[in-house]
Design a protein around this ligand. Sequence first.
Ligand SMILES: Cc1cc2nc3c(=O)[nH]c(=O)nc-3n(C[C@H](O)[C@H](O)[C@H](O)COP(=O)(O)OP(=O)(O)OC[C@H]3O[C@@H](n4cnc5c(N)ncnc54)[C@H](O)[C@@H]3O)c2cc1C
Length: 381
Amino acid sequence: MATTFFTADHDIFRKSFRDFVDKELAPHADEWERAELFPREVFPRMGKLVYLGLSYPEELGGGGGDWWYNAVFAEELVRSRSAGLNMSLLVQTDMATPVINAIGTREQKQEFLVPAIRGEKIAALGISEPDAGSDVASIRTTARRVGDEYVANGAKTFITNGTRADFITLAVRTGAEGHGGVSLLLVPTDVKGFRVARKLAKVGNHASDTAELAFEDCRVPARYLLGEENQGFTYIMRNFQGERLVAAVGAVAGARHDLDEAIAYAAQRQAFGRPILRFQVWRHELVQLLTEVEAGRWLTYRAVDLFVRREDAVKEISMAKLFCGELACRVADRCLQLHGGYGYMDEYPISRRWRDIRLITIGGGTSEIMREILSKRLGLG
Ligand SMILES: Cc1cc2nc3c(=O)[nH]c(=O)nc-3n(C[C@H](O)[C@H](O)[C@H](O)COP(=O)(O)OP(=O)(O)OC[C@H]3O[C@@H](n4cnc5c(N)ncnc54)[C@H](O)[C@@H]3O)c2cc1C
């Protein structure tokens, strides 16, 4: 894929990773979807190939690349046809661990990040709670310092990888109400007082597990505090940037994939003596959507470029998540429509895609929250 952003090395990686996805992930998509989980062994297999730490430092076992490698990773993962698998992997690489790399101590990196990069430990990000999702500053799970431990009490919900994570990057309340009282703790799941309350059944993304977690006098060594106490809200908001960006990259790549498949279908499916593609109404709609996808892709690349250069990209990332998320849902819906009745059948990939993509405007910050952030950034109040 020739652009001004991707180098020859990125392209070499794209080719080899695409090959891996096509040979080792995509063939299992249906089986893992039915099983409502993919095998744990996928993590160490991908870790061994350094796919789980592309832009993490080489001394920690990462690839030492820039974030464009993460973008290639998210774009090519779309070919697995398993949004659940992809979400689970992206939580590992781009949601639960970047903050450890950014602010973790040397010991924390060795104990949590290095095994996550190797795929030996599964990571989860625990922010959302039954009574606080969008409003992160309202979380209620507390962590009280007692000697050289924190004692955590509360509940988290909707946690991806939650049923089998080895550790959780957990948002807790260590201080007063509001954003100033939030901290981040690294919580190994074998500590006393932690339990998986239940696995949640959901609309789509079936190959990934989503859980409700309980913390009952859960004792966590104080050395697992990430960064400074009561600075967690700022760390979370920074961490959200990579999460939202990777979501936008995946969304727009997925939309393009849907359109390519819909076009191939419309070229061969006949109605009234001609291929569907020869109806002007569909040609025009496809062209319109392709145009919007191209616009979304460049908006996303602009955000990645700023992110890679460590410039303020909150506006561009929020716009990319908002625009590409909403677009991807619309594209999937229109592509399903173009497939007619077959589009509603399980055996056609678009039906699963339509279900799975619905999450994109909710997870990692809803479209409404993106509009709120943008309202402030653009000076609209
Ligand atoms: C499959 C799945 C996986 C997830 N994985 C994780 C995970 O791994 N870790 C994690 O921590 N969380 C995870 N989440 C949670 C996700 O991030 C939240 O669902 C999301 O942030 C929204 O929070 P909420 O569900 O509590 O909705 P609410 O905050 O209750 O919002 C409900 C509605 O109100 C709207 N709303 C809220 N505030 C405003 C406002 N100020 N202005 C206008 N509208 C507003 C929202 O946009 C939404 O439409 C996951 C969710 C799902 C469904």
